[in-house]
Design a binder for this molecule. Structure first.
Ligand SMILES: *Cc1c(COP(=O)(O)O)cnc(C)c1O
Length: 392
């Protein structure tokens, strides 16, 4: 070790040893891994023994019931992954080829891709600096400047001539965004509000589970989410008719009949298999322990970041976040990259935010606003290991 360390070297070394102390290991520390133990093994073995491993197994319905209890949603449709859930939510919100859908530039690519699957174009607006989720003021400003009503009541973007079909915010890193304000903005224009709550299972704001303000929301149970079914997702809603349509097209739009194969529209093979649902039931039983462990971890990180003079990402006011990923801000992109480089080299996994969607080749042509907060956050944020500290 050289006698004088650069600020980046010092921070990286200190962060590495702090994370090692949190997890009490000298081995590689991943960002977030699924905790799969005896319970999960038994659940999957049970599904195998019953022979019901495909989408018709009873575990799918049981998993959906448990998600209803947790989220308070009237209806849950489990899907093969969170991206498929988004696709189902957008199709059933009547998002069509040539439409535009408002979303945030700061998100995982699945949010934008699901819009593209409908043949629609994302409009990338800025996030709020505090919640890191879609900024209600940015949406209001965009609509006030660009939107007008056509004779048939559709909301049209005057500049592009396209219909604005929906608004799709995402709860970044599991921290619930300000959906009540966003819902007011959307209501003014009668825009369906669809929440990408993929990262926010177990997060609450204003007494509601994330995803419970919009007409419909989606969840993900991918390998690095707070609970995992391997791959999996769900659509949640209070709208019975909508839930019925989602359930129908997610199962190849097959009509109910004792033996005939009749399909009344183009459907998708998007239902969650029972094997994965079995895993989900076992994981949901452990969610309270995961949440509690992650909250304590977040407190320890926050205390340490503050002691270093670093700004941690905090839970929004009025929210109880699942703290899916803990994160802090560096002074800028150079520092961010130096710390990412050194910590990953030292076997402690850290990650920046996703490259903002408007910078990706396939989305560069899409409309976006100034994205001031998006750029600020992207340049500075580092995600740190956040797996719950509970036994497998
Ligand atoms: C994980 C995630 C999804 C869905 O991902 P799947 O891997 O398809 O389950 C969607 N949006 C965001 C923001 C995510 O983090």
């Amino acid at each position: 070790m050289p006698l004088t360390l650069s600020a980046a070297e010092k921070l990286s070394a200190d962060l590495t040893s702090f994370v090692r102390s949190l997890y009490d290991t000298e081995e590689f520390i991943p960002l977030h891994i699924p905790l799969l133990g005896v319970k999960e093994a038994k659940a999957v073995a049970g599904a195998i023994e019953s022979g019901m491993i495909s989408t018709v197994g009873p575990q799918v319905g049981e998993f959906e019931e448990k998600l209803k209890e947790l989220t308070g949603a009237g209806y849950v449709v489990a899907s093969v992954n969170g991206t498929a859930a988004l696709h189902l939510a957008l199709i059933t919100a009547d998002v069509k080829p040539g439409d535009e859908v408002i979303t945030q530039a700061l998100t995982f690519v699945a949010t934008a891709n699901a819009i593209s699957y409908c043949g629609a174009e994302p409009v990338f607006l800025d996030v709020d600096r505090g919640t890191m989720s879609l900024c209600p003021d940015a949406v209001a400003a965009f609509l006030d400047e660009n939107a007008e009503r056509s004779d048939n009541g559709a909301v049209i973007n005057k500049r592009s001539g396209r219909r604005i079909a929906a608004c799709l915010p995402m709860h970044t890193n599991g921290h619930p965004g300000d959906m009540l304000r966003l819902a007011e903005v959307c209501a003014k224009w009668d825009l369906p509000l669809i929440e990408d709550a993929a990262e926010a299972l177990g997060s609450f704001r204003d007494g509601k589970h994330a995803g419970r303000v919009g007409r419909v929301a989606t969840l993900s149970f991918n390998g690095n989410k707070i609970i995992s079914t391997g791959q999996g997702g769900a659509v949640i809603t209070d709208d019975a008719e909508l839930a019925g349509r989602i359930r129908h097209i997610a199962a190849v739009a097959k009509e109910q009949h004792p033996w005939r194969f009749q399909h009344d529209q183009i459907g998708y093979n998007y239902r969650l298999p029972a094997l994965n649902a079995a895993l989900g039931i076992a994981q949901l039983e452990r969610l309270p322990a995961f949440l509690e462990s992650k909250r304590i971890l977040a407190q320890e990180y926050t205390k340490w970041f503050e002691a270093q003079g670093l700004e941690p990402v905090r839970e929004p006011e009025g929210a109880k976040s699942n703290f899916w990923f803990n994160a802090f801000f560096t002074e800028g992109a150079k520092m961010r990259d130096a710390v990412l480089e050194a910590t990953n080299k030292a076997g402690v996994m850290t990650r920046p935010f996703w490259d903002p969607m408007n910078t990706l080749r396939q989305y560069q042509h899409c409309h976006c606003d100034e994205l001031t907060n998006t750029k600020w956050l992207f340049d500075r944020l580092i995600n740190v290991p956040s797996t719950p500290r509970v036994p497998k």
